[in-house]
Design a protein around this ligand. Structure first.
Ligand code: NAD
Length: 234
């Protein structure tokens, strides 16, 4: 597209200051939460050698309705081609860009107990997008051991580990009573995203993103739906 355009009446002319670069498109949070699901579905299609997909097929794979899928993708400016559908590789790239997966994110895991071990060894996410770069724990029996090829460093070195690894994401897998303290330290050391597995509501500054994974709450929600179903049947 040409960078020069003729100003319309009332618009600033060529001597005006250059316009500020357009801000990245805002995507509603509910759509952002579904983008990883679409990306996973697209990877499955790509592995099967599928080049083009319809919104219907992609929606089935992603477990959403086709209208929802089309609406979500329209937020990325992706409307597909009538009668052709979506180009799998192109759409994957668009979603990856929207999710900020164009550069690798480094992750530090705090608390290398049962869960921390499992997370450090998890290979399900793409190493291109995320790499576990540092591990810390407070237990002297755990410190110095090697987990997933990385040394477990002492808890008091958390700040140094964040600085040395350039980690921008902290995963908290400590007991709940120390979760806020380690979160505060990780944020002060420079992480901008926190994924918390401890059952504790954490506070973070406005410019830090916090996601919480709470297995207990998820099971309670399933129990609620189960109760409602049995009430309807009974
Ligand atoms: N969200 C979920 O779905 C889910 C599932 C299981 C466990 N959890 C929670 O995850 C956390 C970890 O569970 P777990 O089973 O692995 O417990 P764990 O006791 O096996 O591991 C906790 C680890 O944190 C370390 N630790 C304690 N204080 C620390 C500190 N200040 N800095 C760094 N490390 C520290 C301990 O030494 C230990 O190795 C708990 O809060 C638990 O309730 C969440």
């Amino acid at each position: 597209m040409s960078a020069v355009s003729t100003p319309r009446p009332g618009e600033a002319g060529p001597t005006a200051r250059p316009a500020r670069p357009a801000r990245a498109r805002e995507v509603p949070p509910a759509t952002v939460a579904r983008l990883p699901v679409y990306l996973r579905a697209l990877h499955v299609l790509a592995q099967q050698g599928v080049v083009l997909t319809s919104s219907r097929s992609l929606a089935v794979l992603a477990g959403v309705g086709p209208a929802q899928l089309r609406k979500d993708l329209s937020h990325l400016g992706s409307h597909g081609t009538n009668g052709v559908g979506y180009d799998v590789a192109h759409l994957s790239r668009q979603i990856a860009v929207a999710l900020g997966l164009t550069s690798q994110r480094r992750v530090v895991i705090i608390g290398i107990g049962h869960l921390g071990h499992a997370l450090a060894n998890y290979t399900g996410f793409s190493g291109r997008d995320f790499v576990v770069a540092g591990l810390v724990d407070a237990d002297p029996r755990v410190v110095g051991t090697t987990v997933a090829g990385l040394p477990v460093r002492p808890a008091q070195e958390l700040e140094a580990v964040v600085a040395e690894t350039g980690a921008t994401i902290a995963v908290i897998a400590t007991p709940a009573d120390v979760a806020q303290e380690v979160c505060d330290r990780a944020v002060a050391a420079g992480v901008t995203g926190v994924l918390c597995f401890a059952a504790r509501a954490l506070r973070v500054p406005a410019d830090v993103d916090l996601r919480t994974v709470d297995l207990g709450s998820e099971l309670q929600i399933l129990a609620y739906h189960d109760r409602r179903k049995s009430e309807r049947l009974g």
